[in-house]
Design a protein around this ligand. Structure first.
Ligand code: C2E
Ligand code: MG
Ligand code: MG
Ligand code: MG
Length: 281
């Protein structure tokens, strides 16, 4: 029985590989089409002062509205986009669209906080990112302070990226810079003083363990102290319970983002919230 099972799984294995390769190619093809057919959209997740009193920003999160398969989350296609190089075009679209959205809100009198945009590691390799940023700002006419770019630690540490120069060039355009998923990547603290940063986003995994683990609590406490000593704001990601929120308030964390306050929302729903909330401009 065992031998048979093994043989079965062996042949499945190679079938799986073929299927995986085919699926990837098919995915690449439909990503190209998605760009042409404009099937991507942005959801926006609010960020709050830790006491929940003020809405201080929103993070743009890409979604793929597939004609047959419905809403596809970024985890299902961003990796393929990165491997195939399509992330360059997708990333440019995200940047343009987020800036245009801010401009639309401003034109419509909707109180607009800052918008954060995720930048993929590959985009940092392209020198065109700085030009694309300049173009997106100019085209939309928004103030650069309205825009925050999120990069991960590992992106900054990846070989072939002169992160210091790149971040400096982006910063010179007047945008804010954030480190996303802080604590999960390379975690070299030395870079924090080299890079021109504004915000540390503590990864959700630490927020998850905040109340259950003394170590996680100590790490979060230390990140907040360190961030503040370096003059940075600190935000905790993935806040899901009032107890987590209270603990973060006690630790003097500046901002929170998570399902407790709000999920990522489509534009129309976010607008309703922006009109009702105390928005910090
Ligand atoms: P991220 O930038 O760390 O974004 C936070 C993710 O956590 C989002 O997932 C958000 O919906 C989710 N989240 C927020 N609060 C909670 C919570 O309380 N509980 C739980 N369980 N989840 C929470 P999403 O939208 O699926 O995005 C996943 C990742 O995909 C992002 O992680 C980011 O790395 C990437 N991504 C999203 N949009 C873009 C984009 O436009 N460009 C690039 N390059 N990457 C993107
Ligand atoms: Mg992010
Ligand atoms: Mg994150
Ligand atoms: Mg994360």
């Amino acid at each position: 029985f065992r031998a048979k099972e093994q043989r079965g799984s062996l042949s499945f294995f190679s079938d799986d590989m073929t299927v995986a390769v085919q699926q990837r190619l098919a995915m690449e093809q439909s990503l190209r089409q998605a760009l042409e057919r404009q099937e991507f959209c942005l959801y926006y997740q609010p960020q709050w002062s830790t006491d929940g009193g003020h809405l201080t920003g929103v993070e743009a999160l890409i979604r793929w509205q597939h004609p047959d398969r419905g809403m596809i989350p970024p985890a299902a296609f961003i990796p393929v986009a990165e491997q195939s190089g399509l992330i360059g075009q997708i990333g440019r679209w995200v940047l343009q669209e987020a800036c245009r959205q801010v401009a639309r809100w401003q034109a419509a009198g909707v109180p607009v906080p800052r918008v954060a945009v995720n930048v993929s590691p590959q985009q940092l390799h392209y020198h065109s990112l700085v030009d694309e940023l300049a173009a997106a700002l100019e085209e939309s006419g928004i103030e650069p302070e309205r825009l925050e770019l999120e990069v991960t630690e590992s992106a900054l540490m990846s070989p072939g990226v002169n992160a210091e120069d790149m971040l400096q060039a982006l910063r010179e355009q007047g945008v804010r810079l954030a480190i996303d998923d802080f604590g999960t990547g390379y975690s070299s603290l030395a870079y924090l003083k080299r890079f021109p940063l504004d915000l540390l986003k503590i990864d959700k995994s630490f927020t998850d363990d905040l109340l259950g683990s003394k170590e996680a609590h100590a790490i979060v406490e230390t990140i907040i102290l360190l961030g503040h000593r370096l003059g940075l704001d600190v935000l905790a990601e993935g806040v899901e319970t009032p107890a987590q929120q209270q603990a973060l308030e006690q630790l003097a964390c500046d901002h929170i983002q998570g399902y407790l306050m709000s999920r990522p929302l489509p534009v129309v729903e976010l607008e309703r919230l922006l009109r009702d909330a105390h928005v910090d401009l």
